[in-house]
Design a protein around this ligand. Structure first.
Ligand code: NAI
Length: 361
């Protein structure tokens, strides 16, 4: 594990997710930007002293030399470091699990796609929502044609935790998220819009071909946008809307996906993540629960855990038969996500003009 130190927001979630299905053991780490803090925390987690590293480059080099070296690394550091940390491990043939957004520029995104393909490794991007049982169920229902041709897609992710200037009130996670040098060129489209965009693509199997967006900053003095509203055109002719916001006062999560096709519609919400509502053209709405799926758990940690388990399946399958459709976001999805974010920024700068969001990967 690289990043995910004692005070990090997402580290504990990854450690729980990795253990959940008994597929991973944490054996080595460079857990913190401050090496002493990282070492102390790694000792507490039970990592052997000789596999606690002061920085990721030392870890990649030393682990490659060991007969019992790591198989896969999880990269849970702030966005501007993902590219160089991932490269250090990909280039030595390690599999990679990386936090979203993939990176902060299209150039780095394309570079990672090329590197992953050249190395032939498994790369999982931790959008956790494709790991939720009812999201996978929704994907299967759409793929089976139950909604018919998709006409409308609406995705929103609007956690309101930054409605105040929390970055100036000692919140470290908010501090780096509002610093373009670390966060990249977008705040809320990258932090939350990327999840909504990935979720819409995962469930529908469609690509966003064009975007027209307005990005707004409400909290005075904030250097990046805290609200993003976008109109979408999909490659099959469907139309959509995507709303990402972090100034929706009082909202904890606010992730929701609605899809309507010529035959039926569906809706999934994070707040009721164990349920999926189907809206047939005629007759009453029908709510499905996870008895519909083979998966037994739902919720944020379990969603993450199912992504971890699916990556483990693919790592093992490299030595056997490839396993069916991918159950999680990969490096190509990450690159398409970066292209979407940059297209939305460009559109907003051009007063909402339609901008091409396609990326050949
Ligand atoms: P954070 O600031 O809370 O934690 C970052 C951790 O990385 C800290 O422990 C820090 O010391 C460490 N770190 C920084 N640079 C390092 C380096 N060069 N080597 C080793 N450790 C280093 O950040 P947070 O909120 O945990 O976010 C980390 C990443 O996870 C971001 O890319 C973020 O977008 C993503 N994230 C994803 C979520 C999801 O739902 N998939 C939810 C929250 C965060």
């Amino acid at each position: 594990m690289v990043g995910g130190g004692a005070t990090s927001m997402i580290g504990e979630t990854h450690r729980m997710a990795a253990r959940f299905h008994d597929r991973y053991t944490l054996v080595a780490g460079s857990l913190d930007a401050d090496p002493a803090a990282g070492r102390a925390f790694a000792v507490k987690l039970g990592i052997a002293e000789d596999r606690i590293y002061d920085d990721f480059a030392a870890m990649a080099g030393a682990e490659a030399e060991r007969d019992d070296g790591i198989e896969v690394v999880s990269v849970l550091t702030p966005n501007n470091t993902h590219h160089r940390i991932c490269r250090a491990f990909i280039d030595r043939g390690f599999h990679v699990i990386c936090e979203k957004p993939l990176c902060t520029s299209l150039e780095d995104a394309r570079d990672l796609v090329r590197a992953v393909r050249a190395a032939g490794i498994v790369f999982g991007l931790t959008h956790p929502y494709p790991g939720f049982p009812m999201v996978r169920c929704a994907r299967d229902i759409v793929a089976a044609g139950e909604l018919g041709k998709i006409w409308l897609v609406q995705a929103e992710f609007t956690p309101g935790w930054m409605s105040r200037p929390v970055e100036r009130e000692g919140d470290a996670a908010a501090e780096w998220r509002t610093d373009p040098a670390i966060m990249g060129p977008s705040l809320v489209m990258a932090d939350n819009g990327s999840h909504a965009h990935n979720l819409a693509r995962f469930v529908t199997g469609l690509e966003v071909s064009e975007v027209a967006a307005e990005l707004t900053t409400f909290v005075p003095g904030r250097r990046l946008e805290d609200n993003a509203m976008a109109l979408l055109r999909f490659d099959n002719g469907a139309r959509g809307m995507l709303w990402a916001s972090t100034v929706t006062t009082g909202i904890v999560d606010g992730l929701q996906l609605r899809i309507h096709g010529e035959k039926a519609g569906l809706r999934w919400r994070l707040e009721t993540s164990d349920q999926l509502t189907l809206y047939p053209d005629a007759g009453p709405a029908r709510t499905l629960d996870r008895q519909e799926t083979g998966l037994t758990a739902a919720g944020f940690i379990e969603g993450f855990a199912n992504v971890y388990a699916s990556v483990a399946e693919d790592i093992r399958a490299l030595a056997a038969e490839p396993s069916g459709p991918r159950e999680y976001a990969g490096v190509e999805d990450g690159a398409i996500g970066i292209k979407f974010i940059l297209a939305a920024i460009e559109s907003s700068a051009r007063d909402g003009a339609w901008v091409d969001a396609r990326l050949d990967v």
